[in-house]
Design a protein. Structure first.
Lengths: 188, 188, 188, 188
DNA sequence: TCGTAACCGAGACGGTACGTCTCGTCTTAGG
DNA sequence: CCTAAGACGAGACGTACCGTCTCGGTTACGA
């Protein structure tokens, strides 16, 4: 639908706050009523954009190196780079604001990130090949990772280089050497 | 300042979106210009409320039992209970929205939760008494915990009972028995 | 046609301003396009209602007493009573508004009131029996009477009792006694 | 007030129907709310324009020749000429529509035309100098004249030349010669 | 008997204007 | 002199209708 594309365009340009129904209608060459006929609110509209994948860049998921830890670090790092790029924080915060203000968007965010994402596949595979124990709290590991990203976005924390590695360490548990002693460069 | 109290009252009642400068001015018995003289935006106003502790309930921090894991689970559980209570999710989401939309609020949230909180003290003490290794990524552990709470709030995930325990397991790393095998009820 | 009846019903209920094509279509159980197929505008629709006599009450014309003056006063009085009744002024003003806004309705009003009405017959008869001179400006006398009614409706003037008599005096010219002196209770 | 002037300008250009609050606001360089703060409706706005004399041309009243009949015919004729001119009928019908739809405008029309006008002065003087009997129904004579003009406007009757004379004859009563026989060119 | 065409109801569409709301600035009267 | 009160220009909100435009579904006629 042209409306969704117009919404995505304006959302990326201006953010959620500045997004207006009138602007969308005009951008899409559509009457306002046509939007209200199909969506109950700005939130629902943005949620559908999310569902259609019009808001988030694709191709974040890195290649599978066989090592879950490496892959996660690469993935997180890509996200951080994206968040440091121009417009990245604004888009992310707009999404968070939209999710906070609208049940539709919030639920959709959960669906998009929580269940159907790269993380789920990768975690499942890691369990299958024995890199993670079968009783690992996969759900919470994902929440911890994604939540940390959101938290850092909210608090405007700059994403320095090895935060990604440390976060993965937290999520997966520390690497264990044969002697059971933790290793890793965790100094900050 | 009466303005901050009025802001906090209306914020708690109506949330961030419904909060209006005119409403605050009227509630505080003050001219709008007086507000604009001291704060540049709604966000700055809310950020100052946050700083004064007018928005968040006190006394979440549980007693120190000596065991960091127990204390964290208790603390998380209290938060979850708060989030399940009437008005809890709305207030939390309003805070998130405010943080997303306003740099002031976002930064203040970071200060409030990230540096000056219960978590920092508790983590530091755990390191001191050897419950955590000295090189533990404390910062990221906190981000993971708080971020997960935010993520669950955003996605409207209901906070069932042992999510708290699992999240703490993720954050602290699993409990290790003498044999180096993880234990815990992590099935979901 | 069901459409005309629906139009008349809604016109009587709500007036010309509140009359909407969509309302008529719905009331008549008809698609909007069907109305637009047969009538070009709301005005044309109302004009046809007028032509069919669906908008105005019938039977205003009083019995013929033989005296033109008496009959006119009775007729005017009936009109005034109608105008004082519930919904009377609203209907009349709606008609005026419709006539002012739509050439169709205006022309039809002229036909209905100006040429085919009680007044024409009555005036003609009065001329025939010698109650009015043969060169009397019948057209203008009618305009004066009807126009005065419209003017009073527009200006919301209450129709007190002997306005009717005075108006008829104006239209017919004053009664003349043998001595050529005017008589009549014309004090106001 | 700039708002009233803008209203008058647009009313004269476009008529009452096409008059929009948004158009007025824009034309006056004013926010819509400012209009709504001071006037409850389009009607009230137009009524105030009327009161300020912004809608009607001035200088209709002719010189006083001493003969009421001549003056009235001249006056009526001027009105008819105005009504034949470009935009004349549209303005008049817009006024009528406005008066029909809005109590404010209707009442003001009554004030403007019915009580404070040229007619009242002229009639009073005619009574004073004996051209009209002291008990003449002046009010109704005025209503008849103005009403006839309105009626002719509504019905789109073209205002041919001697309609004015005939209307005045109706309003004043026919001229009486010494022999009590009516005279006048009343053929149509 | 069966297309096929006209006409229907329904209602989505791109628009305009509505009247309300809030923004951030500007003005004013009174303490 | 500062403040409360609130008017102001601006413009988004969600609603009501406008007049146009497809849609299927049903008669009803001509082949």
């Amino acid at each position: 639908m042209a409306i969704l594309q117009a919404t995505a365009r304006l959302f990326a340009d201006r953010g959620y706050e500045q997004l207006t129904m009138e602007g969308i209608a005009h951008e899409a060459g559509v009457g306002k009523q046509t939007i209200y006929r199909w969506w109950t609110s700005k939130g629902a509209l943005v949620a559908d954009c999310l569902l259609e994948g019009l808001l988030l860049p694709e191709g974040i998921a890195p290649d599978d190196t066989g090592d879950i830890r490496t892959d996660l670090v690469t993935w997180l790092h890509k996200i951080f780079v994206l968040l440091e790029s121009k417009g990245g924080p604004a888009l992310m915060r707009s999404l968070i604001a939209a999710g906070a203000e609208s049940d539709d968007v919030g639920g959709r965010l959960g669906d998009t990130f929580g269940t159907s994402s790269f993380l789920v596949e990768r975690f499942d595979k890691a369990v299958a090949v024995g890199q993670l124990p079968p009783d690992a709290p996969l759900q919470q590991m994902g929440e911890a990772l994604l939540g940390a990203v959101i938290f850092r976005t909210l608090t405007r924390a700059p994403a320095d280089a090895d935060v990604a590695a440390r976060l993965v360490d937290v999520a997966l548990g520390p690497r264990l050497a044969d002697d059971g002693i933790r290793h890793g460069d965790l100094s900050e």
